[in-house]
Design a binder for this molecule. Structure first.
Ligand code: AMP
Length: 620
């Protein structure tokens, strides 16, 4: 239970605020906190439903959302409205996910652009941020229910390899779930903290964190000194995990049993049943030498641990190969690793544990629950940020987010608030109009999504960009914040080397009260802000689409039929009409219709030009 205090002036009962740690995972998510009495981290188990919340969101007929185990049940019965693995899409553009599109059982909009992906569920469009927010909301509610206190602040973990855009998307998801995200922490850092590594400021350690979950594998090598966690290298495979072990067992049973082999392709129920039994067998084999069960109550299935180990040996070997590469990148030998930490449910497989311990030449740490360890570390980090651990020095941090203005007047954060200083961060931008030679860089400070609500620090023009088609120039914008809090902003166009910079002091003239007020405002307006951002993003996607399609029809109209041109005109007009609605679903639906209708055109024109080129190459 959280501590209770009585407000003497009002007589009302106030509860001390709890800051939670959240592991927002691809397959499963957890929320943890520090117990106020024994000061130990514990994962929250609300109403005996277990600590693990499957990261699955289901939309019911009436448009409500269900998250967790209950939602998972709809994966087979209503896949189009049941969203899993949304973390794989966070902060990604359609181009990023393109080749893995078939992995998902739901519809991802294909606008073939740099824009962030959207997921279509019935008539509505959701960004991965909104879907992740649903999972975070569920975790928040479970924490509030179980701790009987409001939960408004959190630390959320992300993989060490997450880029700026994926980290920002995670922050936005937190914001949308009504949480103030105090810090985004790397998952391996949290795992190390959970084992107490790095808490003592004088400790210097090199740690390997081996994380094998249901569908992803990560190895991270960390160097910890003076309370700073530095990621030396990462490696892994975003499509490898415990699910592969389950599949290996299923294939084995198909080979062994003719009855299964004959019916498995048509029988959906059998496929699902096989998946469940295979996972059960795998888990049993982590503690028993053999498994025996029945499928659909009729077909016997059996597997022994040594058979299972033969089946999974190549997969385990691939993870060890990744460890070898990560070590080579960090320029380290196994004997230089002080501790190896096991994370993820699949590290319970004894063969995995042994292979990892053997590779690093020392027994890996697995005393904490591998499903919970990241959330426990996140809770410890939250406790440190709450100032409850006076023994731990907090490094100087920047109190407000620093960023620049992008399309539609949106704030694109470059250095998030609470980042340790000194720090350096950057992002790449490009032009939106053909032949654009100047780019305005406006620097802002604050937490709101629209720059007009934030504080403007500086503005300058990067001039002399050589004229190129839209999207071609590569402009790096770097923010360098030194230990004295002075911010240097530089913009460089990489193709031409044109460069411009400016220096500002973000904290100049700002009182603590003003900083506090800015933070308060961002919390009160969080939901509205994120919604406005989404409408602006939808409008930007729509405007780019209009620009591209109109240009395409102008240039290639001769390859289209009169009906096609007519239909394109109608769809263009419908999209233009949808723009002022201010409703992102209306806009995105019109984008989707135009996209679906016109996407075959580009392919056709390409075929024609290839044919023409071939025809031109006559042999004399
Ligand atoms: P995570 O993504 O970290 O939650 O890991 C979930 C994966 O761990 C799933 O593939 C589970 O089947 C697997 N898992 C959970 N418990 C066990 C166990 N006792 N033995 C083997 N694998 C397990």
């Amino acid at each position: 239970m959280a501590k209770v205090a009585i407000n003497l002036s009002t007589g009302s009962i106030q509860q001390e605020e709890v800051i939670v740690g959240i592991d927002l995972g691809t397959t499963n998510s957890l929320v943890a906190y520090i117990h106020p009495e024994d000061k130990k981290p514990i994962a929250i188990n609300d109403q005996g439903r277990g600590t693990i919340v499957p990261s699955v969101v289901h939309f019911t007929q009436t448009g409500e959302t269900i998250v967790g185990t209950e939602a998972k049940d709809y994966l087979t019965t209503d896949p189009a409205k049941t969203i899993y693995s949304v973390k794989r899409l966070l902060g990604k553009s359609y181009k990023d996910v393109g080749e893995h599109k078939d992995y998902f059982g739901y519809k991802i909009i294909d606008d073939d652009s740099e824009g962030l992906v959207k997921i279509r569920v019935g008539d509505k469009f959701y960004s991965p941020i909104e879907l992740s927010a649903e999972i975070l909301k569920e975790l928040r509610e479970r924490a509030e229910h179980s701790l009987k206190t409001p939960v408004n602040r959190a630390v959320i973990t992300v993989p060490a390899y997450f880029n700026d855009s994926q980290r920002q998307a995670t922050r936005d998801a937190g914001k949308l779930a009504g949480l103030e995200v105090l810090r985004i922490v790397n998952e391996p850092t949290a795992a190390a903290l959970a084992y107490g590594i790095g808490i003592d400021q004088n400790e210097e350690k090199t740690v390997a964190v081996y994380d094998l979950g249901g569908g992803t594998f990560d190895i991270s090598i960390l160097s910890i000194h003076q309370g700073i966690f530095e990621v030396l290298s990462t490696n892994g495979n975003t499509y490898l995990g415990g699910d592969d072990f389950d599949r290996a067992i299923i294939n084995h049973w198909i080979q062994e049993n003719q009855l299964i082999a004959d019916t498995v392709n048509e029988d959906k129920n059998l496929q699902q049943e096989l998946r469940l039994r295979a996972e059960e067998a795998k888990k049993t084999l982590s503690s028993q030498p053999a498994y025996t069960g029945t499928i659909n109550g009729t077909i016997d299935c059996h597997i022994e641990r040594h058979t299972f180990e033969t089946l999974i040996a190549p997969t385990v070997a691939r993870t060890i190969e990744s460890c070898r590469m990560a070590m080579a990148d960090a320029k380290l030998q196994p004997e230089q690793i002080d501790a190896v930490i096991m994370v993820g449910g699949s590290t319970r497989v004894p063969m995995v544990y042994e292979a990892v311990s053997e590779f690093f030449g020392k027994p890996a740490n697995n005393t904490l629950n591998p499903d919970e360890v990241v959330s426990l570390g996140a809770a410890i980090q939250a406790d440190i940020l709450a100032g409850n651990r006076k023994d731990i020095l907090l490094l100087d941090v920047t109190p407000l987010t620093l960023g620049i203005e992008t399309m539609g007047g949106l704030m694109d954060s470059i250095i998030p608030r609470n980042s340790k200083i000194p720090t350096k961060a950057g992002r790449q931008y490009t032009t939106s109009i053909d032949g654009q030679v100047n780019m305005k860089i406006s620097v802002y400070q604050g937490e709101r999504d629209l720059v007009q609500e934030n504080r403007k620090l500086a503005e300058f023009d990067l001039k002399g960009i050589p004229a190129m088609p839209a999207g071609f120039p590569k402009v790096d914008v770097n923010f360098i914040l030194n230990a004295d809090g002075i911010l240097k902003v530089e913009a460089i166009e990489l193709r031409s080397g044109v460069r411009q910079e400016v220096e500002v002091k973000p904290q100049y003239g700002l009182t603590d009260e003003q900083v506090e007020q800015m933070l308060m405002d961002s919390i009160t307006h969080a939901r509205d802000d994120v919604n406005t951002r989404m409408v602006i993003e939808a409008r930007t996607t729509a405007e780019q689409m209009l620009y591209q399609v109109e240009r395409f029809v102008e240039k290639n109209g001769q390859h289209l039929t009169a009906e096609e041109i007519e239909l394109t005109r109608t769809n263009l007009q419908n999209l233009k009409d949808a723009l002022p609605s201010g409703d992102k679903n209306t806009i995105l639906k019109a984008v989707d219709i135009l996209e679906e209708q016109t996407s075959p055109f580009a392919e056709r024109v390409m075929q024609i030009s290839i044919k023409q080129a071939m025809a031109g190459k006559k042999i004399e």
